[in-house]
Design a protein around this ligand. Structure first.
Ligand code: FE
Ligand code: FE
Length: 392
């Protein structure tokens, strides 16, 4: 009996993680073919307003899958009106391939919520479920419980051990905006994206007016970081007014300071590599601390910010010896903005408007304490900053 795999998703955009998973599925599950089926509208998530059209997603997937034996791209969900439900797709495939065994691919999250899907009890009898499963201890129990539950309903479940580092489409879109996505894009897809100006790859973001800058930045941040960033901007402007620094520079540095914070350690390294940045030993050891450096890089190259703004972003987490007024303001604003809440923040807020250098020193000292508790090392820049402040 022919075994046909079904791999649905938004593929927005299709990336190397999808293709690796698809190729692995063909081999691991012994599939005669694997259908890649982009959704018209995914029932589980809303697409951002700037997304490519469904037909452009289909085209990218065709480019990604060409020359891959066993992979076929299907437009069946795009041709159907309204929301795509898996059950409708499976009924259509049963008609098209009455003699085949249908194998539905999904990740662990989808599998664990399978009983909530539309017509899941009918669905489970029509297909074999193939679950991409990392085998992490914390998911093992939930997965085997769900497997037992579906078996009782007559379901067949196969687990595929997947060691592939999955990269989310949200992260992909950030990498595209920061011009460092190439290593995650299947051959030809990057060119298609550039030719069609998708995902902000060709956006002109240099010297944006403040309201546009804010819009763009919010789109690239993790939603839970937006309040912090807006708070940091407002605090930076208040401090700039108080101490006589450039308020526009303070606002721009404040809004941009955490622009790359949503990228995890490995993606920070990706961004540095794509922009030819050579890293210190400390940065390679603690790639999570890189967001200040990569933020400065993006502020300069993607947003065309001036030297003062770029430098304030560059040193907002570590500080450095001999910081200028704007650098100090951003460092302190980041520490004390209204959403921050930790012992000593009140004192820091008072000091910031009476003795800015003392506020900077307090911030650095609190960082030293915090890192000690965590068992992490202090960066060389922070050490130099403190030594500089101790000089008479
Ligand atoms: Fe930061
Ligand atoms: Fe911050």
């Amino acid at each position: 009996m022919e075994r046909i795999g079904i791999f649905g998703g938004t593929f927005n955009p299709p990336h190397a993680g999808h293709m690796e998973a698809a190729k692995q599925a063909v081999t691991a599950l012994g599939l005669d073919r694997l259908l890649l089926i982009p959704d018209r509208i995914a029932p589980h998530k809303a697409l951002p307003a700037d997304a490519p059209t469904p037909w452009q997603r289909l085209e990218m997937l065709r480019i990604a899958a060409r020359d891959c034996p066993g992979l076929e791209v299907s437009d069946m969900e795009l041709r159907r009106e309204g929301v795509s439900y898996t059950i409708d797709t499976i009924r259509a495939l049963e008609t098209a391939y009455p003699k085949a065994e249908l194998v539905l691919l999904m990740g662990t999250d989808m599998f664990l919520s399978f009983h909530t899907w539309r017509a899941s009890e009918e669905l489970v009898k029509k297909v074999t479920l193939a679950v991409f499963y990392r085998g992490q201890p914390e998911e093992r129990e939930a997965v085997s419980r769900q497997k037992a539950r579906l078996k009782k309903q007559g379901g067949r479940v196969e687990l595929v051990k997947n060691e592939i580092t999955a990269i989310s489409s949200t992260q992909m879109r950030r990498l595209l905006a920061f011009h460092c996505a190439d290593e995650f894009l299947p051959a030809g897809v990057g060119d298609y994206i550039r030719q069609n100006s998708l995902y902000d790859v060709n956006a002109r973001w240099k010297n944006l007016p403040m309201d546009r800058l804010e819009e763009v930045v919010i789109r690239l941040l993790n939603p839970n970081r937006v309040d912090h960033v807006l708070g940091c901007r407002d605090t930076a402007v208040a401090l700039a007014r108080h101490w006589g620094a450039d308020e526009t520079d303070a606002a721009r540095a404040g809004i941009l300071h955490d622009i790359t914070k949503a990228l995890d350690g490995p993606l920070q390294l990706t961004l540095c590599a794509a922009h030819g940045k050579i890293l210190s030993e400390f940065s390679r050891k603690y790639p999570k601390t890189l967001h200040a450096l990569t933020g400065a890089l993006v502020a300069e190259r993607i947003f065309g910010e001036n030297e003062a703004v770029v430098s304030a972003i560059r040193y907002h987490t570590t500080g450095k010896a001999g910081m200028n007024l704007l650098e100090t303001i951003i460092y302190v604003a980041d520490y004390m903005e209204p959403n921050r809440d930790f012992p000593g923040v009140g004192k820091l807020r008072d000091l910031a408007f009476t003795d800015l250098t003392a506020a900077l020193r307090l911030g650095l000292e609190m960082t030293v304490e915090h890192l000690k508790r965590q068992g992490s090392e202090l960066s060389p820049e922070s050490r130099e900053a403190l030594e500089y402040l101790k000089q008479p």
